[in-house]
Design a protein. Structure first.
Lengths: 162, 232
C-alpha cells in the first residue's frame, strides 16, 4: 500500500488536526517518514490546480479547502469548521486582543472557558498568565487561517460592529 | 396439496436467528465491532447451507394471485372461487416461476469525512456582532423593570400578605369540623385557583392549615386548626 496515499487518506477523513506522532502510530510508520510524506503532499497540494491545502495547525496537520475557494463551496459543507459559540468567543478575543480571560468570560459567560480551551488547543489563541487570570491574544496560525498578515488587518475586515 | 405448505407461517419462524447471530458474533469485540467481519461470517454460513431465499418472494406471488382472483370475482359478480380452485391456480403459477437465488456482493463500507465549511472573515465579523448583541441583551434581561420602563405601575399584593388574608378568610368559613373544601376559596378563574392553591401550600408548609384529600384526585380539603391551638 502506498504510504503517501495512506497519509492523505488519514488527513482527509480526520475532523481535526492530526499530530505527527498520532499519524505515525495509526499508520504504522516512523515519524520521520510521515514528516517527509506530509511535506511531499503539501507541495503537491500547493499547485494552483489543486483545491485543498495541507497546513500545520495547532500542533497537527490538516487538509482543508484553500482560502480563496472557501466561499464558493461553503454551501456544500453546512457544518462549520469552528462551532458557532466558540466562533463568537474567538471573535470577541480577536476584536479586543490582547484581552484578559476574565473579561472574555464576563462578556461571553462561563462557557467561554471551554471555548478558550478549544481555541488554544487548535493553536488559534495564546494565553499568558497574568496574576489570577490570563491574557489572551491571537496567534499567527489564526491570522494565517483567515489569510491576513496582521491583527489590525483582521479587525479591519470584520466590518462594522454597531 | 403440498403447495399449501408454503403458506405455513411457522415455516418462517423455525430458524433461531438470534442464536445464529450470537454464535457468529460471540468472539467479536463489542467496542470495536467489525461489521464487515460479521457479514463475511454470515455469508460463509449461508454458503454452507441450502437456504431457500425464494420463500418470501413466493408469499408475495401467492398474495398477488389471491388478490387478483378476488378482484376478478368482484368485477364479474360471480361466485367466489373455492379453496381447491385457488390452490390449483396458485400451484400452476408457482410451477412456472423459477425464482433465482441472489447472493449479494461483498460489502465494503465507504469511509467518508463529514464536510466542514471553512470559516471566513465574514463569518467571524457576523459572530462578533452576534456576541456583542448577546452581551447587550444579558444585563437588560436581568434588570428589574421600573414602572417607568414598563409604562404602567405594577401593584401586586405581596404573596405572604395574600396568604395571610386567605387564612383569615378560611377562619371565617370553618364549620364544626373546621374543614373547608378548596372550591369554597378557589374562585372561578383558573389563575385564581392556582394562586389560591399556592397560598394554601404555603400555609400548609407554615403549619397554619392542613391540606388533604380523602380520595385520589378528589376534592382538596383544608383543615383549619382551632385558633386556640396555635400553629403546628
Amino acid at each position: 500500500m502506498e504510504a503517501k496515499a495512506l497519509v492523505e487518506a488519514a488527513l482527509f477523513v480526520a475532523d481535526r488536526p492530526l499530530a505527527l506522532a498520532q499519524l505515525a502510530k495509526t499508520l504504522g510508520l516512523s515519524e520521520e517518514a510521515v514528516g517527509r510524506l506530509i511535506q511531499a503532499l503539501a507541495d503537491e497540494c500547493a499547485a494552483p490546480d489543486r483545491g485543498v491545502e495541507l497546513i500545520q495547525e495547532g500542533g497537527g496537520y490538516v487538509l482543508r479547502v484553500k482560502g480563496e475557494l472557501a466561499a464558493a463551496v461553503r454551501s456544500l459543507a453546512p457544518h462549520q469548521d469552528i462551532p458557532e459559540p466558540t466562533l463568537r468567543t474567538l471573535a470577541v478575543i480577536a476584536y479586543h486582543a490582547p484581552v484578559r480571560q476574565s473579561e472574555v468570560v464576563k462578556m461571553r459567560g462561563q462557557r467561554a472557558y471551554g471555548h478558550i480551551g478549544d481555541l488554544i488547543a487548535r493553536g488559534f489563541v495564546a494565553a499568558e498568565a497574568q496574576g489570577p487570570t490570563k491574557v489572551l491574544t491571537v496567534t499567527p496560525a489564526l491570522l494565517s487561517y483567515f489569510g491576513v498578515s496582521s491583527l489590525e488587518e483582521l479587525r479591519a475586515q470584520l466590518g462594522p460592529i454597531g | 396439496m403440498p403447495e399449501l405448505e408454503l403458506f405455513d407461517p411457522h415455516s418462517f419462524t423455525k430458524a433461531d436467528w438470534e442464536s445464529l447471530f450470537r454464535s457468529l458474533a460471540a468472539d467479536l469485540d463489542p467496542w470495536a465491532f467489525d461489521l464487515v467481519e460479521l457479514v463475511g461470517r454470515f455469508r460463509s454460513y449461508v454458503a454452507g447451507r441450502d437456504v431457500e431465499f425464494a420463500v418470501p418472494g413466493r408469499m408475495v406471488l401467492a398474495s398477488s394471485v389471491l388478490l387478483r382472483m378476488k378482484s376478478d370475482w368482484v368485477r364479474d359478480g360471480g361466485p367466489p372461487p373455492t379453496v381447491e380452485e385457488a390452490a390449483e391456480e396458485l400451484a400452476a403459477e408457482l410451477a412456472a416461476e423459477e425464482a433465482p437465488v441472489y447472493i449479494a456482493p461483498e460489502l465494503r463500507l465507504p469511509v467518508r469525512r463529514i464536510p466542514r465549511g471553512r470559516v471566513t472573515v465574514g463569518d467571524l465579523g457576523r459572530a462578533l456582532r452576534a456576541a456583542l448583541a448577546a452581551e447587550r441583551r444579558r444585563p437588560a434581561a436581568n434588570a428589574d423593570l421600573s414602572p417607568a420602563d414598563l409604562g404602567f405601575a405594577v401593584e401586586e399584593e405581596p404573596f405572604i400578605r395574600r396568604a395571610q388574608r386567605l387564612l383569615k378568610r378560611l377562619l371565617t368559613l370553618v364549620n364544626g369540623r373546621r374543614v373547608v373544601p378548596f372550591r369554597a376559596v378557589a374562585g372561578g378563574d383558573p389563575r385564581d385557583k392556582v394562586a389560591r392553591l399556592m397560598e394554601l401550600l404555603h400555609l400548609d408548609a407554615e403549619g397554619k392549615v392542613r391540606l388533604f384529600q380523602e380520595e385520589f384526585l378528589g376534592e382538596i380539603l383544608v383543615e383549619v386548626p382551632d385558633g386556640s391551638q396555635g400553629p403546628r
